[in-house]
Design a protein around this ligand. Structure first.
Ligand SMILES: [Zn+2]
Ligand SMILES: [Zn+2]
Length: 127
């Protein structure tokens, strides 16, 4: 993990994730901080946080990048594990599902990352 400088923008963006267990889309983040920092800063900070494994991202069905806390893979280099994300079709909430999906090794292909998006209804929309 590289050291990330805790600038004001880094702290602000991290605080959004501390208040929220669900994933936050890039658009929500830009709107949330549009008075405090410009779009480019939001993108840059997110990219840095992702590189440092503080956040990870995945792409929703709408093609929007969403960010959530923590590193993406609990990988031990040899076995690539990845957790799926759940997207609720009704309310649009997305969240990390804390299970490991183990990616088998496939001859002739090198897999670096994988994304699993589960789509359905969350518990709030089912009740
Ligand atoms: Zn829902
Ligand atoms: Zn996740």
């Amino acid at each position: 993990m590289s050291i990330i400088r805790k600038t004001k923008s880094v702290r602000l963006i991290l605080s959004a994730f501390n208040d929220n267990k669900d994933a936050i889309s890039i658009v929500e983040l830009i709107n949330k901080f549009n008075k405090k920092m410009n779009k480019t800063t939001v993108y840059r900070v997110l990219e840095r946080l992702e590189k440092s494994s503080i956040l990870h991202s995945f792409v929703g069905k709408d093609g929007l990048k969403r960010y959530a806390k923590g590193g993406k893979n609990s990988n031990s280099k040899k076995i690539l594990n990845s957790h799926p994300h759940f997207l609720c079709e009704d309310c649009g909430t997305s969240s990390c599902i804390p299970i490991d999906i183990i990616i088998p090794s496939i001859p002739n292909y090198t897999i670096k990352t994988s994304e699993h998006l589960l789509i359905g209804q969350c518990k709030n929309c089912l009740s």
